[in-house]
Design a binder for this molecule. Structure first.
Ligand code: GLN
Length: 409
């Protein structure tokens, strides 16, 4: 199937093999209906960086779908498909899910095979799944999870049965009795929109009603997650995208009269969009001799510190919680001239990728402008099933607010 990564450089690329996750779904009779739109090579938070134009939000054509997997989120939110996949390198499954009022789940790093998935930043990339109910997420995970010898980062473990976790006796009344949930202080206060703050409060009350114990947790270094991510991700991308040079991969330009170097330059110059070029430039800069220690090396150290803080927090709580985004979907074009403002949208989601833990965005009703917002739950490494349990408990208690299909299309 034509696989473009929403880039001009791959506009005629038909891969010779499929992805393990897709093959496993098809083996269980899933019907794959389409490839959905995304920001070019997964780089973006709005879908506006697609070479094919942006999908718009399921609830408002003036607002962005989110990204990078915005097309997947809109397809699920509008009922076109019950399930969609995306890759989540810094929030690309959770953030568009939040913007469109559905569930977006990024499992622990290594839990789903990435064989057949186009690489963006390999130490962060993980396949994620979107759906309208926790049951659908669990079913898809049961089918897709499990070691894949074709992906060396795929974990070898006794894959838990996600569906079984949903029928766990202690949870069959959709209660969260005994679960300790930590609100990440640094992400729950200033900087969030008014609607998001009231959604946080509402969620807190709901969780308590469901029997969970709710506490505040401080992760002081999480404020550096975004800076660390926007060095590490572009650095890895600059290396991963080197293969698109028109020789083996990429729509070759200038092959007639020019030499190989010129052909490569033309191919990359014409094939990549502006955001992808920006990332390749910043990533190459951060890795270059003389700057490596100051930028890339430093970012890796910060990543370690944040991981240590998460590990410590999980000694006292079962799951962590923050909003998925600081506000609901923004207007199309609003952040197009300001890449830094666009990057800041990812403030809540990137830490899970830096640390490798699983994260899930669960719909939390409407926030500002009558647009949906999501709450993000994070679980310790390989404890992903806890997230499905939280989603199930909340969905049975949220009623109308929870379901995007409460809207008639
Ligand atoms: N918005 C983030 C970025 O642009 C994350 C994207 C993703 O997860 N693929 O890098």
């Amino acid at each position: 199937v034509l696989t473009t990564a929403a880039s001009k450089i791959l506009n005629n690329f038909v891969p010779p093999y499929s992805a393990t996750v897709v093959e496993r779904l098809e083996l269980q009779d899933a019907i794959v209906i389409a490839k959905a739109n995304l920001d070019e090579f997964g780089m973006g938070s709005s879908n506006e960086n697609s070479a094919f134009g942006a999908a718009s939000n399921a609830w408002s054509t003036e607002h962005v779908a989110g990204g990078s997997s915005g097309g997947s989120a809109v397809a699920v939110a509008t009922g076109v498909a019950p399930l969609a996949l995306g890759t989540d390198t810094g929030g690309s499954v959770r953030q568009p899910a939040a913007y469109n009022g559905i569930i977006g789940f990024k499992p622990t790093y290594g839990r789903l095979s990435r064989f057949g998935v186009i690489a963006y930043a390999s130490s962060l990339d993980q396949v994620g799944v979107m759906a309208r109910s926790s049951e659908d997420i669990a079913l898809a995970m049961d089918v897709m999870a499990g070691h894949d010898p074709q992906d060396s980062t795929s974990v070898v473990d006794d894959t838990p049965q996600f569906s079984a976790a949903l029928t766990d006796a202690s949870l069959n009344d959709a209660s969260l009795q005994g679960m300790k949930i930590g609100f990440i202080e640094e992400l729950c206060g200033d900087g969030n929109s008014e609607g998001t703050i009231s959604a946080i409060e509402k969620t807190k009350a709901q969780l308590k009603e469901l029997g969970a114990e709710v506490v505040n947790v401080s992760l002081p270094n999480i404020k550096y997650a975004i800076s660390s991510y926007y060095l590490i991700a572009p650095a890895e991308a600059s290396s991963n995208l080197a293969r698109y040079d028109g020789m083996i991969y990429g729509n070759r330009q200038g092959e007639d009269a020019l030499g190989q170097a010129e052909s490569m330059m033309l191919t990359r110059g014409e094939g990549f969009g502006p955001e992808v070029k920006r990332r390749i430039l910043t990533g190459s800069y951060a890795l270059s001799a003389g700057y490596y220690d100051a930028y890339y090396g430093k970012a890796l150290k910060v990543r370690r510190l944040i991981a240590d803080e998460f590990a410590k927090a999980f000694e006292t709580v079962d799951v962590l919680l923050s909003p998925t985004t600081p506000s609901p979907a923004f207007k199309m074009g609003e952040k197009s001239d300001d890449p830094l403002a666009a990057y800041l949208v990812d403030i809540d989601t990137v830490a899970a990728n830096l640390v490798g833990v699983g994260g899930m965005s669960i719909p939390a009703g409407k926030a500002d402008d009558d647009l949906p917002c999501g709450m993000q739950f994070l679980a310790p490494v390989m404890k992903d099933e806890r997230l499905v349990q939280v989603a199930q408990a909340l969905q049975s208690n949220m009623g109308e607010d929870f379901s995007p299909l409460a809207k008639t299309w």
